[in-house]
Design a binder for this molecule. Structure first.
Ligand code: ADP
Ligand code: MG
Length: 395
């Protein structure tokens, strides 16, 4: 399995080799890194992700029949399915994200045309950077264009989320698909996951770099633990509703209200709820800090977020903790935390731009010494959401 940074032109040429003739368009959708607001999205809370310049790219061409033919450059596999009978694939799991999009679009009343599509990507898989949402979102845009209609970006995000929940079977929140559709270059996106109100927030233009560190530890426990955390949050809501029937989600609860109900909650459920409630507060405070250019303060909120995820929510692991600790050991680091669901995957750090090579070297060494594993680092820029990238000038 290889991951290459190919240009849209290269992808268009590879399409010609695989499918004969040129594609109609090449679309891309980005992976994402969440700067702060972890495990808040399924609690109706706030998040602050940025789309990144690692993406899933699809070259596609409409067909006159109802067949979808796919080729994955990453897996070196071809696959096909018919739009009249979309079943879930048992092997070639990567096709389920595309099948799911087609199934949900059709279930929502859209008439789809068949399509030939070549899929490539640079988002590392299953590392917490949401390659799945990038694939879903790119596939949705590809079907829209091939079938001659267009969704708005929020609608596209909702289709992609439904595909992941209802077809693939992962009970995800809305954040990943939303940022893959609505990201903006050089901005983070503040999202209220209840109302879906959002606001792009500029990242510093100079002096600050965004570094993702991959622990290269597979996220083993993540599915079962994710479901357990969701259940614990629901349990906390049920108990908190006894005191206040207006509580629908942890989003509606303040820390003092939680503390007043502490005696009704198990110690563990209390800590889970405390993470979510304080994390929402941290997102609001850090968005203010970012808007007003207080990067050092922003970094401290990132650090606090990690500590809360480690101690109260218990979704970190030795590898994430080691990498975060190494990052924080450098004076050029503003802040560092785990990002994504946890139990492996990636960290995100804000670092003085001129210290990026030193950061990668030092943190890599310290991480290796602590865990025996080799880290991978990605220096990122915040990127645009899903869009057409070829031919030039086509929207
Ligand atoms: P994450 O979203 O954190 O990266 P997931 O397990 O949710 O991890 O999704 C990863 C899956 O998405 C992969 O196993 C693969 O099936 C699919 N996928 C992502 N990117 C690509 C790609 N470029 N080509 C083919 N499949 C991909
Ligand atoms: Mg995913």
């Amino acid at each position: 399995m290889t991951q290459q940074r190919g240009t849209a032109e290269t992808l268009a040429m590879t399409f010609e080799e695989r499918f004969e003739g040129a594609p109609d368009v090449v679309v891309r959708a980005p992976g994402r890194v969440n700067l702060i607001g972890e495990h808040t999205d399924y609690n109706d809370g706030y998040v602050l992700p940025a789309a990144i310049d690692y993406d899933v790219t699809i070259a596609c061409r409409a067909r006159s029949d109802r067949t979808v033919r796919l080729y994955s450059a990453l897996f070196g596999e071809r696959a096909s399915f018919r739009l009249d009978r979309i079943g879930k694939a048992r092997t070639q799991g990567w096709t389920n994200y595309v099948r799911g999009i087609a199934a949900i679009l059709q279930a929502s009343g859209h008439a789809l045309a068949g399509m030939d599509a070549l899929i490539a990507g640079t988002v590392p898989l299953s590392s917490g950077l949401s390659s799945s949402a990038a694939l879903e979102t790119a596939a949705c845009l590809a079907f829209e264009i091939s079938s001659g209609f267009r969704l708005g970006p929020v609608e596209r995000a909702l289709v992609a989320q439904r595909a992941e929940r209802e077809f693939v079977g992962v009970q995800c929140g809305i954040m990943d698909q939303f940022i893959a559709c609505l990201g903006r270059a050089d901005h983070a996106l503040f999202i209220d996951t209840r109302s879906l109100a959002y606001e792009p927030t500029p990242l510093p233009e100079q002096g600050v770099a965004l570094i993702i560190g991959n622990t290269n530890k597979q996220r083993g426990l993540v599915d079962s633990e994710y479901n357990t955390r969701r259940a614990e949050c629901e349990e906390a809501v049920r108990v908190l509703q006894l005191a206040n029937p207006n509580v629908q989600a942890l989003r509606d609860v303040s820390l003092s209200e939680l503390d007043a109900a502490r005696y009704r909650l198990s110690e563990r459920t209390y800590r889970r709820a405390r993470h979510v409630i304080t994390e929402n507060d941290r997102v609001l405070a850090s968005v203010r800090a970012l808007r007003e250019g207080r990067i050092a303060e922003f970094g401290r909120w990132m650090n606090d977020s990690h500590d809360s995820l480690r101690d109260d929510y218990e979704v970190s692991c030795a590898e994430l903790d080691a990498m975060v600790e190494a990052a924080r050991g450098l004076p050029e680091t503003f802040g560092s935390r785990m990002t994504g669901a946890g139990f492996g995957g990636c960290t995100v750090s804000l670092v003085a731009s001129d210290a990026v090579p030193r950061f990668m070297e030092r943190v890599g060494e310290a991480y290796k010494a602590a865990t025996g594993r080799t880290a991978t680092f990605y220096a990122c820029r915040a990127a645009d959401g899903a869009k057409v990238v070829w031919p030039a000038g086509r929207e």
